[in-house]
Design a protein. Structure first.
Length: 393
């Protein structure tokens, strides 16, 4: 009896251990889609045939194998877009600093003219000397600003080049995305009339109890919409301006102050927009003697006294910049070229490719057009008795 009780206790203990072991074993789970029907030999063969056609099929979806490339391409595009955004912000910040220096230079030159006028009319020696000291201090600040401006313009060339390279890489990636999307579209179109593919899909549907059709997947359709949005954003944000070549110069059609279009040389080496006197008159710009005088170097190397003005607007294609600094050459500089220089170009993200000028709007809360600056042709000052410090154009 004792032995029987021992055996019973041992059996209960063994059963308990066995129960625990069964409880900790992982629960068996059926393969995906098993509830829809077991995929037997014909189903596996159908899947293989579809994969040979470039089609990936599962119990939950049907798509083209190359759609994985599409996903990777979009990830790369997102990375390049972030780099472009960062590079564009660098250009904006550098350009903002240059514009602030240009505004201060303009103010300092006006101050110089006013101080010299006051000194010429001063009857008191003490006041005369005081004004002379102010003029010298102001002149030193002008020279310092000119040095800082030259350094900043060298720096902005570097950051602009980085931004242009980033834009080029991003645009190229969008082109590769478009080519891939178009290729997938052609593949989907071809599959509609592919009897073998349709037959293999029918076999798969029967084996897996699905109702798939050979039509674009939801991921593909969403990708097409996303790409179209990106392409529209790039198209809206930039424009290709055709350039006319003459010798080593490239001319663009430019509208100044909303007047008659002018053919101007696109010159990235010119610090400012340059207008001969006659052209300035045609554009409604007539600088008077109160305008700040600067020294400009013309094409033949000679230096001439020019007048610094602010143009109401300069438009190239669909892009317009307001309050653009410009130098108007004297009447005797008759053969001087008309230059579209950096005081316009630097307002935009630009690049030159062969006979095309590509302008891109730099989107930012900051807008140089919001900065109110005095217009030399509308707000005359007292005539200075001598020129302000020389500044080569």
């Amino acid at each position: 009896m004792a032995r029987l009780a021992g055996l019973l206790r041992g059996g209960v203990f063994f059963a308990a251990i066995l129960g625990v072991a069964l409880c900790v074993l992982p629960a068996w789970s059926a393969p995906p889609g098993a509830e829809k029907g077991k995929v037997d030999g014909p189903g596996a063969a159908a899947r293989e045939k579809l994969e040979e056609k470039g089609i990936h099929v599962s119990h939950s979806s049907l798509s083209l194998v190359d759609e994985k490339k599409l996903a990777r391409a979009f990830n790369e595009a997102n990375t390049l877009k972030k780099k472009l955004t960062a590079a564009t912000k660098d250009v904006q910040q550098t350009q903002r600093g240059i514009e602030q220096m240009q505004a201060e230079l303009h103010t300092r030159r006006q101050t110089d003219a006013n101080l010299r006028d006051q000194m010429a009319n001063a009857n008191n020696l003490i006041i005369h000397n005081q004004l002379a000291g102010e003029i010298n201090a102001n002149a030193r600040r002008i020279n310092l600003l000119l040095e800082e401006q030259d350094q900043s313009k060298t720096g902005i060339d570097d950051v602009r080049q980085k931004a242009n390279s980033a834009r080029e890489a991003y645009t190229k990636q969008l082109g590769e995305l478009r080519a891939l999307v178009d290729r997938l579209s052609e593949q989907y179109t071809a599959l509609k009339t592919d009897a073998d593919a349709q037959s293999a899909l029918a076999e798969w549907n029967a084996a897996a109890n699905t109702k798939f059709e050979l039509k674009p997947s939801a991921f593909y359709l969403n990708s097409v919409k996303k790409l179209e949005q990106l392409e529209r954003a790039v198209a809206v944000g930039s424009e290709k301006i055709p350039l006319r070549r003459q010798g080593n110069s490239y001319f663009a059609t430019v509208v100044i102050n909303g007047k008659q279009p002018q053919e101007m040389i696109v010159d990235t080496g010119a610090n400012t927009v340059v207008l001969p006197y006659k052209v300035a008159l045609e554009c409604g710009v007539k600088p008077d003697d109160s305008a700040v005088t600067v020294i400009a170097t013309v094409a033949d190397g000679s230096k001439v006294k020019s007048k610094e003005v602010l143009l109401d607007s300069v438009r190239v294609g669909k892009f317009t910049a307001e309050h653009v600094e410009c130098m108007v050459l004297p009447p005797e500089a008759r053969n001087a070229p008309i230059l579209l220089g950096m005081t316009f170009l630097s307002r935009f993200d630009f690049s030159i490719h062969g006979t095309e000028l590509v302008l891109g709007k730099i989107e930012d809360d900051h807008s140089s057009s919001k900065t109110k600056k005095p217009h030399a042709t509308k707000t005359p000052r007292k005539k200075p008795k001598s020129d302000s410090p020389d500044s080569d154009g």
